[in-house]
Ligand binder design. Structure first.
Ligand code: NDP
Length: 287
């Protein structure tokens, strides 16, 4: 039968997590700093604990989804006695360094620690679109995998507890880079009243097509080979990029979201890598 779970934090995401466990048949104990947030979960069969320590004491698996790293310590520093011997899966967004700090803190107190990153919005939890990244204590992750898979596909990325956060932050960085380009594109088209219905789908299709190259980029960075099979060399791209900046200026749009790529491309070319792929800028960023 589905194993019992404690969920700490009933914000938009915590509520979605608790709901997914409950609809999967798991007995769920919940706690939230501000009381009175468990309403709809109680109707689904959840038990509300009055204190974080009480919620921790109820079950072996503790899932935390709070605002940030500081709120995790604020909630759990007073519950280390209850946490000892149990598994903490922390799905609060944080940095790799914060995850490693929490893993060391957990080890000191005899707590098994798994860090996690949620790659979904709350309505996506428990659907096919959701996936979550996990790192840290592998055996505990495997033991609780059936419960964790209620939330979305579960990817264990390594025993270094900082890795899930690194993947998570890297994925979000890719997303925000994409958003930056999209915001700039929409600022440009809105200067000429281009209809959203005409342009939005084109932009989405274009980005989808270009995203198809990402696995190849990743292999280029892994091998350090930016030259094999180049079809759009960096010197050409650096020259064309100037037109992006000139058009922004002509249309009265600030180039600030896209401008930083130009000097990097120029440096790549100046250093003699103009015939290679523009992915070579990754080497400049790593310096
Ligand atoms: P909300 O703002 O909806 O909820 C924040 C939660 O954190 C509340 O339960 C709040 O309790 C609690 N909290 C804040 N500060 C403290 C504290 N000092 N001590 C104890 N509890 C505290 O955020 P979400 O639920 O959306 O996000 C939760 C986590 O999930 C974040 O780390 C977020 O980055 C991550 N996430 C969210 C996604 C999303 O789209 N929403 C997507 C992927 C990850 P109270 O009710 O008392 O204020």
């Amino acid at each position: 039968s589905p194993s019992p779970v404690t969920v700490l934090g009933l914000g938009a995401m915590g509520k979605a997590l608790a709901t997914a466990f409950l609809t999967g048949g798991h007995p769920v104990t919940v706690w939230n700093r501000t009381p009175g947030k468990a309403g709809p979960l109680l109707a689904l069969g959840a038990t509300a604990a009055e204190t974080a320590a009480g919620a921790v004491a109820a079950n072996e698996l503790i899932v935390a989804c709070l605002l940030d790293h500081a709120s995790v310590h604020e909630t759990l520093d007073g519950a280390v006695a209850e946490l000892a011997g149990r598994t903490l899966v922390n799905l609060t967004n944080g940095t790799p360094a914060q995850a490693r700090e929490l893993a060391a803190w957990a080890e000191e107190h005899g707590i098994t620690y798994v860090d996690g990153g949620i790659m979904a919005v709350p309505p996506g939890i428990g659907t096919e679109q959701a996936f979550l990244l996990y790192s840290g204590a592998r055996d505990a992750f495997e033991a609780h995998r059936p419960a964790l898979e209620r939330l979305g596909a579960a990817h264990f990325v390594g025993t270094d507890p900082g890795l899930a956060a690194l993947y998570d932050i890297a994925l979000l960085s890719g997303m925000y880079g994409m958003f930056s380009g999209v915001f700039h594109a929409l600022a440009l088209t809105s200067t000429e009243k281009v209809p959203a219905d005409a342009f939005g789908p084109l932009l989405a299709d274009w980005i989808g097509a270009m995203a198809g190259g990402i696995p190849h980029f990743a292999r280029q960075v892994e091998t350090g080979d930016y030259v094999n099979g180049v079809v759009s060399n960096a010197a050409m791209q650096a020259a064309a990029f100037g037109n992006l900046l000139r058009t922004a200026e002509d249309q009265g749009v600030s180039p600030e979201l896209i401008a930083p790529l130009q000097p990097l491309m120029d440096r790549l070319v100046a250093e003699g890598n103009g015939s290679g792929d523009v992915t070579g800028v990754v080497e400049l960023l790593k310096r």
